[in-house]
Design a protein around this ligand. Structure first.
Ligand SMILES: C[S@@+](CC[C@H](N)C(=O)[O-])C[C@H]1O[C@@H](n2cnc3c(N)ncnc32)[C@H](O)[C@@H]1O
Length: 301
């Protein structure tokens, strides 16, 4: 089941899926991916690379003691493209391979099997700069942030399938010197789930959104059947934009005001990649990366 077709368990916020065991060529569990999954990871790779290239000299000069990476929904470390069977690194292994290297990396996943597989995929030479946790990101975040000193600059990649991440978790990240790349589930499947959530007084979405005000937004009113036609891109965009502003007001001074949309092969919107930073330099780097499409072509942005 894919992001744009799934239904969500409104208690846990997770996509409901049939348990299909998918193994990589190394015999360990892998994630089933679609072609566009790779695109978002290319943006992560490019940002992490540029972040470390720009910040490693500042670490040498003593401005930062540590440069750390945080991935609270890390997956097992390997994805397989459904259409082509091609295998590629997931976000944690991408971050591990960045040079200059992060000082420490925090990987967590609710599914303990994913963490076991990921541990096996991390080489012995890298193991002592990684902390692994099997657990809910909304709990693990506190343990991780306890380790992040005021002289640490971090990069967090928060990559949920749906509504799993509480808004409060993002506000906790905002209190540290951490740049945040967050996958906002804005796809058709998610919008359909708004309808189910609207019928519940206390929905999982309230925690995800950080309040009940999402219910008043045009996208939710559309989901409730109050619009006869499909909402325009503008209506959907306003949903993403309202969330982005909430996250920014939790403590990030700089944000990408034009979140990157990702679409599937049928050109249906699946999700948006949101970027937040405490520093103008972070936003400048991100904007430069956005000007280059993942395949390496310059966009017309
Ligand atoms: C979209 S995948 C992450 C993919 C990963 N970034 C990659 O590049 O391969 C989302 C992951 O979040 C995990 N997950 C779901 N709910 C979670 C939660 N509450 N806390 C931590 N992990 C969770 C799932 O098991 C899944 O592996």
């Amino acid at each position: 089941m894919e992001r744009n077709a799934g239904t969500f368990n409104l208690q846990s916020g997770r996509v409901l899926r049939r348990p299909v065991k998918l193994l990589g060529s190394d015999g360990l569990p892998a994630r089933r991916a679609r072609i566009w999954t790779r695109e978002k990871l290319r943006y992560l790779q490019k940002y992490a690379q540029a972040f470390m290239t720009a910040m490693a000299p500042k670490r040498s000069q003593g401005k930062w003691e540590h440069l750390d990476y945080i991935d609270l929904l890390s997956g097992p470390g390997l994805s397989i493209v459904r259409e082509t069977k091609e295998e590629f690194d997931g976000s944690p292994l991408i971050a591990l391979k960045i040079k200059p290297a992060f000082d420490h990396l925090y990987f967590a996943d609710l599914n303990a099997k994913n963490i076991t597989a990921l541990k096996s995929r991390v080489s012995a030479k890298d193991a002592d700069r990684v902390t692994f946790s099997a657990g809910d990101c909304n709990i693990v975040v506190d343990e991780v942030l306890k380790q992040i000193s005021s002289r640490t600059l971090g990069l967090a990649f928060i990559d949920p399938e749906g509504f799993e991440v509480d808004f409060e978790t993002l506000t906790k990240l905002a209190k540290k010197r951490i740049d945040l790349l967050y996958l906002f589930a804005s796809g058709i499947g998610v919008r359909r789930n708004l309808k189910n959530a609207l019928s519940v007084a206390n929905s999982r979405l309230d925690k995800w959104w950080g309040g009940k005000d999402w219910r008043d937004l045009p996208a939710a009113r559309w989901a409730a059947g109050k619009f006869s036609e499909e909402p325009s891109e503008k209506v959907l965009q306003s949903f993403v934009s309202a969330f982005r502003k909430k996250v920014a007001s939790a403590g990030f001074q700089f944000q990408d005001e034009e979140a990157l949309p990702f679409t599937n092969t049928k050109n249906a919107q699946i999700y948006h990649l949101l970027f937040f930073s405490h520093d103008q330099a972070g936003l400048t780097i991100w904007n430069n990366i956005k000007k280059i499409a993942p395949g390496g072509q310059r966009t017309l942005l």
